[in-house]
Design a protein around this ligand. Structure first.
Ligand SMILES: [Zn+2]
Length: 382
């Protein structure tokens, strides 16, 4: 099974790649294929969320010729927080998938999923159309619900996985919507009218007994189902690791991969820390010197840092490489401080306020700079 993931141009490439890494961590017969970004026209429908509770709630779509059993869903909300947002209709979102299929001659059986940073008319995190092969997943607003406690890669990868699993469980869109649980059970099929309840599903990463029966009674491809459950288990473990690591002050393992020495935090869902070549060169130098380096001695390590930088910088000439390294190691230039500050910011965004100092190049009371991270957690992979 092939799943094509389309990135709307407003969704940052870095975040998109991190979601793909999470999905691809457990290989199997489902293949996740990232596409080129697509530029979408702004949506022309405006939705006004009158208050925060409306914004936090999903709305059940109405289908003309079918009846949905969602009598418990409350439409009468009080309004006071006017928030106007441009939204796509579901039809438009699925239409983007259909157009993508035509333009790229995607086989009928492949799945196409649009990751969009724009909201949708019914305020859902994701859905599919009647073919069960065209999907959208919303990538914005996760921070509103989960703040810094949750890295948005996790719920986005969860949504991708859950919708594919649903496409295997149900014959159609209406059947899917009718099977949603109104009261949360910690099951993937919880409706989660309150969008923040999605975290409960991710923590269990499971199906309830009833839903497992539905899946068992359908002729699903077992190996694909297993792969999806493994991905969900991975998301769950990462979430738990994140929460526990804050409590226990436990750091993630780090892998430095390949010739370009890309940096991944393996216990955090293989999160890549996207350092640019100069930042990466400086980082590798300090990794290699756990004892720390005095700023004024940095110049003594010029050969080492140059060798890293030359390995993966895009600089077209040796002169430009020399110039960059001279600036970086020059005590009178502020360049080193700037580079270290950028590295700190990137770790802070990735591992949070509590732990970023363990991974960053930090000043010590002895007047050196060093990376405190336990070197036993670090592995170089060629
Ligand atoms: Zn269930």
């Amino acid at each position: 099974m092939k799943v094509h993931l389309i990135r709307a141009s407003g969704y940052p490439l870095e975040d998109f790649n991190n979601v793909i890494n999470l999905l691809r961590k457990h290989r199997g017969s489902i293949e996740f294929i990232p596409s080129e970004p697509i530029f979408l026209p702004d949506p022309d429908n405006i939705k006004t969320f009158e208050d925060s509770s409306e914004f936090e709630k999903k709305e059940m779509p109405r289908f003309e010729s079918h009846h949905l059993n969602v009598s418990e869903i409350d439409d009468s909300l009080s309004y006071s927080f006017p928030l106007e947002e441009k939204v796509y209709t579901w039809k438009q979102l699925f239409g983007i998938c259909t157009d993508f299929r035509k333009e790229n001659k995607i086989p009928k059986d492949d799945h196409v999923m649009l990751l969009t940073d724009q909201s949708n008319e019914h305020n859902w995190f994701g859905s599919y159309d009647e073919s069960l092969k065209n999907y959208f997943i919303q990538t914005n607003h996760w921070g509103y619900f989960f703040g810094n406690d949750l890295d948005s890669r996790f719920p986005i990868a969860y949504e991708v996985t859950a919708w594919i699993l649903r496409s295997m469980m149900f014959p159609g869109q209406i059947e899917t919507l009718n099977a949603l649980h109104k009261a949360p059970r910690g099951c993937m099929m919880d409706f989660c009218i309150d969008k923040s309840q999605i975290i409960l599903k991710m923590r269990t990463g499971d199906l309830c007994h009833d839903c497992m029966n539905i899946l068992t009674n359908r002729d699903v491809n077992r190996s694909q189902a297993r792969q999806l459950f493994t991905i969900m288990d991975g998301i769950r473990e990462n979430l738990l690791f994140r929460q526990r690591s804050t409590l226990l002050m436990e750091n993630s393992r780090m892998e430095i991969r390949g010739l370009s020495k890309r940096i991944f935090l393996t216990d955090l869902g293989d999160l890549e820390i996207n350092l640019n070549p100069k930042e990466r060169a400086l980082y590798l130098l300090y990794l290699n010197h756990p004892e720390g380096i005095m700023r004024s001695h940095l110049v003594d390590h010029k050969v080492e840092i140059r060798s890293y930088y030359a390995m993966f910088s895009q600089q077209p000439s040796n002169d430009l490489i020399d110039e960059a390294i001279s600036r970086l190691t020059d005590v009178t230039d502020n360049n080193m401080n700037e580079v270290m500050a950028r590295i700190r910011t990137k770790f802070r965004q990735s591992v949070g306020e509590q732990q970023f100092e363990d991974y960053s190049i930090m000043a010590t009371p002895e007047g050196t700079h060093k990376i405190r991270l336990n070197r036993e957690l670090i592995k170089f992979i060629q």
